[in-house]
Write a protein that binds this ligand. Structure first.
Ligand code: 5GP
Ligand code: MN
Ligand code: MN
Length: 317
């Protein structure tokens, strides 16, 4: 498939799914595709399945119609899987994907090995939303689609500051503004706005951060005790690792939080020579060269030691 418009005119039932713990690119791409399909294939029945996501994305058209439960359904004619690098990251939606007659993955993760039948994976693209725009006919991109895609690009580029921001990213973002996306609303409301509790969590993580490997790496942990004391949930920790990364002199930032079942969620960011996608993959996760993550069983101290060891190995070479 080179363009979404190649879908048969009479396509019947379509499901769209993204990755677990949906982020801005995941929500933006799923809703953006649904809104686009409602323009080019208005008779198709399109369901979106995603885990619960931030209410900040509630203004995007179709956000209220996303299914968070997975009722039994007849196999779909087409399953689109967006911003998802492997079937494990699909969570429960894997059952719709497996049963679907046609399966198409659109993604930008370098660790995506092409698990679908049809794979459109562009590791150089800033975001799945950027890939998706390149598969759309510009004349059918309306304001609803533009708002979704712009949101995804803003989130995966950290508001156009990460190294994945290319000329093409800015060109597409500019085009989406022309189509009606409101940059200051989307950037403030979905990216920079923080609740009081989220700011407290950021403060805790910065206050307890440590430098390792002679200042080459910064790391911080939010423990179960912190969750209780601050009255926060795991959804309140977005952006912490990005703030750690901009510490002067560090090559990499590692942020962990204690997750249920004796596991820790690890987020990593790199500035220079470290490839964090390699480390994440080794621990069963994935992502990009400069932004990757994994969920690892065990206590945070031992996980930190192991990850710091892997970073040290890369810095030595
Ligand atoms: P974050 O650190 O913001 O959770 O994720 C950074 C990047 O790594 C994202 O592109 C995300 O999709 C990817 N990532 C994070 N955690 C995991 C994981 O457990 N498995 C895989 N495959 N990718 C992950
Ligand atoms: Mn994502
Ligand atoms: Mn993405």
């Amino acid at each position: 498939m080179k363009k979404i418009d190649e879908l048969p005119e009479n396509v019947g039932r379509i499901v769209i799914a993204g990755h677990i713990h949906p982020d801005g690119d995941c929500v933006g791409s799923c809703l953006g595709l649904k809104n686009y399909l409602s323009v080019i294939r208005p008779r198709a029945q399109v369901d979106i399945y995603l885990e619960k996501f931030s209410e900040d994305f509630g203004f995007l058209q179709g956000a209220g119609e996303v299914c968070h439960e997975l009722p039994e359904r007849e196999p779909y004619d087409v399953a689109f899987v967006l911003d998802c690098s492997d079937t494990e990251r699909l969570g429960d939606a894997v059952k719709y994907f497996t049963a679907a007659k046609r399966r198409i993955c659109i993604d930008h993760h370098i660790t995506n090995e092409g698990f679908s039948d049809e794979n459109i994976i562009c590791p150089d693209a800033s975001s799945t939303c950027e890939v998706l725009y390149s598969l759309m006919e510009d004349s059918f991109v309306n304001r609803a689609v533009a708002e979704c895609l712009y949101t995804g690009i803003v989130h995966d580029t950290g508001v156009f500051k990460h190294s994945n921001t290319k000329e093409e990213t800015m060109r597409i973002a500019g085009r989406l503004i022309t189509k009606g996306a409101d940059p200051s609303y989307i950037i403030d409301e979905t990216f920079y706005k923080k609740t009081f509790a989220q700011n407290k969590a950021l403060a805790r993580a910065l206050d307890t951060a440590e430098l390792w490997l002679d200042g080459a790496v910064i790391g911080s942990v939010i423990t179960e005790k912190d969750f209780e004391e601050l009255g926060i949930g795991s959804g309140d920790l977005d952006g912490i690792v990005d703030q750690l990364r901009v510490t002067d002199g560090v090559e990499a930032a590692v942020f962990l939080y204690e997750a249920p079942e004796g596991k820790c969620k690890v987020s990593m960011r790199a500035n220079g020579s470290v490839d964090v996608s390699r480390i994440a993959r080794e621990f069963g996760g994935g992502g990009h060269v400069k932004a990757a993550g994994c969920t690892v069983s065990g206590g945070w101290r031992e996980i930190i030691d192991q990850i710091a060891g892997r970073i040290a190995e890369q810095l030595e070479h």
